[in-house]
Design a protein around this ligand. Sequence first.
Ligand code: CP
Length: 312
Amino acid sequence: MENKSIVSIANYTKEKMQYLLDMATEFEAKPNRRLLEGKVVATLFFEPSTRTRLSFETAANRLGARVIGFSDPKATSSSKGETLKDTIKMVSNYADVIVMRHYLEGAAQYASEVTHVPIINAGDGSNLHPSQTMLDLYSIYKTQGTLENLNIYMVGDLKYGRTIHSLLMSMKKYNPTFTFIAPKELEMPEEYKIYCKENGIKYTERQDFDEDTLTDCDILYMTRVQRERFSDLMEYERVKDAYILRANMLGKAKPNMKILHPLPRVNEIEYDVDDSPHAYYFQQAQNGLYAREALICDVLGITLEDIKKYGK
Ligand code: CP
């Protein structure tokens, strides 16, 4: 049987993306559909998480599956030296799908190569975070009515932000125009700028961030400076407050402009922004449930037709 692991969704066709968006729309209308009764979903989190793990587990529960797993690798035999390969092979004996977050770039790809059980990448180091991208695309689609021809501003930690890298790659087929705003130390890595050039993706880089910066923005994607990725904490201290969004910076924003953030936030969005009609980050996190129900179903061979038929 074909292994349907989701390591990246960057190369999904527009048709495949629309299919998954339609699945998520179905789940938003009715999240509880026990399509996975008898299935076991494993969630292996080698790095901390609130939203990704809990929304995947909620998705599995709402689909009628059972959940096993861990959120603290110190409580597992990996702390005794068990390799990732052996851990994955063991869990493959128990579960029908494995959702895994790992601190090493490439860990999800590696895991997918040592098992027949589908792996869903829940974040691998500063590399990719495809299920976050799925919910980001769903959030953009819901709020803008389209994924095409949008001005997307990415602000903050563009070096380590895996949600940024995943989103950038997945938007390539929708003719986006990106604006990258980051301190010099955290600017978009060269490999992603090369990716943009090779794929005809328009982008500019700028350093200013005020009311006048945001006038043509459709999606303002804020990110946290990722303290855990710095080896030099002095450098983190120097850059952590470089870009802070405040409510008084939104006066000239387009009516449709929405602020996204993968969360958690630290201090890059002031609390006074939360009451703005432009703030969308909490709804974005909620959309994660529907997007992840869609992804789990897809890797387990449940179709959009099956979802629509459920309960009829
Ligand atoms: N967005 C995201 O990945 O959040 P968590 O780290 O809480 O899972």
